[in-house]
Design a protein around this ligand. Structure first.
Ligand SMILES: [Cu+2]
Length: 418
């Protein structure tokens, strides 16, 4: 048996089902993977008679997954049998093959040639990922690098270079184009963990908003050293467009919704007091194309009072910060820092005294809530960071391959399985 297939079957055997037990089900599986499905990162899910093949099984970047198998199927449905790798991977808004594949659902990182770009990486979930970006390298503690391993809950924010140029010089080098970034664990890239870094020509204005920013850039930091500010956020359960698939007989990629649990930032106290699960879900649907995990971006030295409202129907929620100065009752792990489901409110107080990128996540029902997406990131910027970096992005690597996230009962045919 090829190592890839073996790895997938072992992974399938170790997958917890919705009750958290290990399936151990491959001996009794009634379905097996084809070699093609295996090569594209599909997995066997479920156990015994409910065993099924799942191709959008859950390697996502910032809640979004772009499965190469589904892109292959979309090309095939349009008569492109031998699409090149570039056909599969790259966005093709002009549709030169008559079957325009949409831009990947995964986040697009954008900058102009010569602009200093920083990509902050945070990883949640049980698996190891290996970030790689094409055509560029950065200076790491060990020397020049263009890959970086991320263990679960690990952060790396040292990916920094001049777009289309070098790590230390803005002199053009690789130049403009759609460069791929991806996890270098092959089944992970195949099953969704990749995206495009669009390097635009120097001086280009396409894609910039009125403030001169690209979609998905991190927001301007809040607060100031010595200042105390209030921030408002809700935890909500919502269907989220997170992956794509080709429905039987269709010729186009359709977005697929998963039942997610996520943090949604709210504008102020009034919005916070009025927030219901329905109103917060409504807010999300108007932001669908730009939605990404909540990033709390603060200036170094800011003290923040974070007000959390738990709008989940039946699970407790907290916010557990890494890297801040806080008291035990404000760290999101003690009984007084748990917000009860159905509208419970709790306030935390943290001082962001250490610049960097930090995990920020639920710690009330860690396995289930994180598996469904209840995580964020805390970005603390020094004055030097603000001066140096032109374009600052966050990518969150996440494995959501748990049945409970997929929103279906084992044995049912829905949920994106094929
Ligand atoms: Cu990976």
């Amino acid at each position: 048996m090829r190592p890839l297939l073996l790895g997938l079957l072992v992974a399938a055997c170790a997958t917890p089902d919705e009750h958290g037990t290990t399936t151990g089900g491959h001996e009794t599986a009634t379905v097996t993977l084809t070699a093609e499905q295996a090569a594209f990162g599909c997995m066997l899910m479920g156990t015994g008679a409910s065993t099924h093949v799942m191709c959008n099984h859950g390697h996502s970047i910032s809640f979004r997954s772009e499965n190469l198998w589904e892109r292959h199927r979309a090309l095939a449905a349009n008569g492109v049998v031998e699409g090149s790798e570039a056909d599969l991977m790259m966005a093709d808004p002009t549709g030169h093959m008559g079957a325009a594949l949409p831009e990947p659902l995964t986040p697009m990182v954008q900058a102009r040639v010569g602009e200093r770009l920083r990509i902050r990486l945070v990883s949640y979930g049980p698996q190891i990922h290996d970030f790689h970006v094409h055509g560029h390298w950065w200076k790491s503690a060990d020397g020049p690098a263009d890959v970086r391993e991320l263990l679960p809950a690990q952060v790396y924010d040292g990916v920094e270079f001049f777009a289309g140029a070098g790590a230390e010089s803005p002199e053009p080098r690789s130049g403009p184009g759609d460069w791929m970034y991806h996890c270098h664990v092959e089944p992970h890239i195949a099953s969704g963990m990749w995206g495009v870094m669009r390097v635009r020509p120097a001086g280009a204005t396409d894609g910039l908003d009125a403030a001169g920013r690209y979609a998905l850039e991190l927001p301007t930091p809040l607060g100031a050293s010595g200042q105390t500010i209030d921030v408002f956020v809700a935890a909500v359960e919502t269907p989220l467009a997170i992956a794509r698939e080709v429905l039987p007989g269709a010729k186009e990629l359709s977005t697929v919704e998963r039942l997610a649990r996520i943090y949604v930032p709210l504008a102020d106290q009034t919005a916070f007091d009025a927030a219901t699960a329905k109103s917060v879900r409504g807010l999300l649907s108007t932001q669908r194309e730009t939605w990404q995990p909540w990033a709390l971006v603060l200036r170094q030295g800011t003290t923040v009072k974070v007000h959390l409202k738990n709008l989940l129907p039946d699970a407790p929620a907290t916010l557990h910060p890494h890297g801040v100065k806080t008291a035990i009752g404000s760290d999101g792990t003690t009984p007084e820092s748990v917000a009860k489901p159905g509208g419970g409110v709790v306030t935390y107080e943290w001082t962001a005294d250490t610049a960097g990128t930090w995990p920020l996540h639920d710690h009330a029902r860690t396995l289930e809530n994180l598996g469904r997406g209840l995580f964020a990131a805390l970005v603390v910027k020094s004055p030097e960071d603000e001066k140096r970096i032109t374009r600052d992005y966050l990518l969150v690597f996440h494995d959501y391959d748990h049945d409970w996230f997929m929103g279906f009962e084992p044995g049912a045919s829905g949920g994106g399985g094929h």
